[in-house]
Design a protein around this ligand. Structure first.
Ligand SMILES: NC(=O)c1ccc[n+]([C@@H]2O[C@H](COP(=O)([O-])OP(=O)(O)OC[C@H]3O[C@@H](n4cnc5c(N)ncnc54)[C@H](O)[C@@H]3O)[C@@H](O)[C@H]2O)c1
Length: 375
């Protein structure tokens, strides 16, 4: 292993989302993608050829590759903890797609193993490190809407069975609209309001089976194991309440709606599943005979735009400089704990306390350039 220079990266899991990670991580000068691995070695080989990665093979090939310092785990949620733990056991740092694990126990065990080994775990989403969510956090920290007191978020569409060739995992334990899409919204909310104290929720399931709609498996039926429409109320430790809708049951797509209300104004934030987007806020409306006229102010984005892989790059640089990385396992675990509590609250139609907590989440410096060689 090298102790300086670009950080060596190996992928485990080269499915649908690996393209965007590979496009970015092969362009950032501070990291070097050295090998791709997958259960399906042919898929790894095809992705290696497409993105000019010099080696491919099995997960073991990635774990035993001497130049791999960070394993980027892009497998399905059911094996996130197992694959990440194997990487830690092999002496590698891990970046894992969301959620960190499908249950609290395996998430806690992974964090404990990494700590004992002196290795890092970074957890998606890294969209919240992009200019969209970071600019919102800066605007709110400047007091642009006074003290934030409430939020509303909406994420509803028909479900990933309409666009993903292997959508089964989206409807299995560890996914559903809550655990699949919830991490974007709850991670953004925790960045704005701080840790979650307790949640209440109701949920339902539109259908008990779904059918693959695209790709070679089109027409295949599979079971729906999780609620596919969940309404949650989230109360934060330091004050503030959010109401959030997560649904794979709506024929009306409405995604990325995030509204933050403060004592002096209300801000419309970009989709937390995106790195950028438009931000506007209002502090005044006129109520007249012709209706309500709202005055909107645009908030320009600040910070360099990159895409998925930004969190891996942040962790790679942090490994070299000895600084903390931004998307920590503790944050990923607190988000999983919150989403699991929402799932429990929906199942019991009750209020559930969130046991874990998290410290202040640092902002990314505005002048940081992902495309600069710093190592
Ligand atoms: N598809 C998206 O739009 C999207 C967006 C953001 C995040 N994600 C997340 O990325 C992850 C992967 O999603 P995807 O859409 O790429 O899934 P996918 O099913 O297309 O790919 C998953 C890959 O992991 C491999 N794999 C599964 N188990 C493995 C194991 N034990 N060892 C080695 N390889 C294994 C599979 O063979 C497959 O190639 C998920 O956690 C998902 O939540 C997906």
């Amino acid at each position: 292993m090298t102790a300086n220079g670009p950080v060596g990266i190996g992928f485990i899991g080269t499915g649908m989302i690996s393209d965007t990670y590979l496009e970015n991580l092969t362009r950032f000068p501070d990291v070097r993608v050295v090998i791709l691995g997958d259960l399906d070695v042919e898929r790894a080989a095809a992705q290696a050829s497409k993105h000019a990665v010099p080696a491919w093979g099995t997960s073991t090939d990635v774990l035993t590759h001497p130049d791999v310092e960070i394993v980027v785990n892009l497998t399905i949620p059911a094996v996130h903890a197992e694959v990440s733990s194997a990487a830690i056991a092999a002496g590698k740092h891990v970046w894992v797609e969301k959620p960190i694990s499908v249950d609290r126990a395996s998430g806690q065990a992974l964090i404990a193993r990494a700590r004992a080994a002196g290795l890092r775990v970074g957890v998606a989403p890294d969209t919240v490190l992009g200019p969209g969510v970071q600019t919102v956090r800066r605007a709110i920290a400047r007091g642009e809407i006074g003290t934030p007191i409430a939020a509303q978020t909406v994420m509803q569409h028909q479900g990933p069975d309409v666009f993903h060739p292997n959508p089964d995992f989206f409807f299995a334990r560890g996914a559903g609209p809550l655990l699949d899409m919830g991490p974007y919204y709850v991670t953004a909310l925790v960045g704005l309001f701080g840790p979650v104290a307790r949640v209440a929720a109701f949920g339902t399931r539109g259908r008990t089976t779904r059918t693959v709609q695209v790709g070679p498996r089109a027409g295949t039926e599979f079971p729906v194991d999780v609620p596919t429409h969940v309404s949650a109320i989230i109360e934060f430790e330091r004050g503030g309440v959010a109401q959030s809708l997560f649904s794979f049951d709506s024929r009306l797509p409405r995604v990325g709606y995030v509204e933050i209300t403060g004592t002096e104004g209300t801000l419309l934030a970009p989709d937390p599943n995106m790195f950028d987007g438009e931000i506007s806020l209002t502090r005044a409306s006129t109520f007249g005979p012709g209706g309500i006229d709202t005055e909107w102010v645009d908030v320009p984005l600040s910070g360099a735009l990159a895409g998925r892989g930004l969190g891996v790059l942040d962790m790679a640089r942090a490994i070299r400089t000895g600084q903390p990385h931004a998307a920590t396992a503790e944050l990923g675990y607190h988000v999983l704990d919150t989403l699991t509590a929402i799932e429990e609250a929906a199942a019991r139609a009750d209020v559930v306390d969130v046991a874990s907590t998290i410290g202040e989440i640092a902002l990314i410096p505005e002048d940081r350039d992902p495309f600069e060689a710093t190592l």
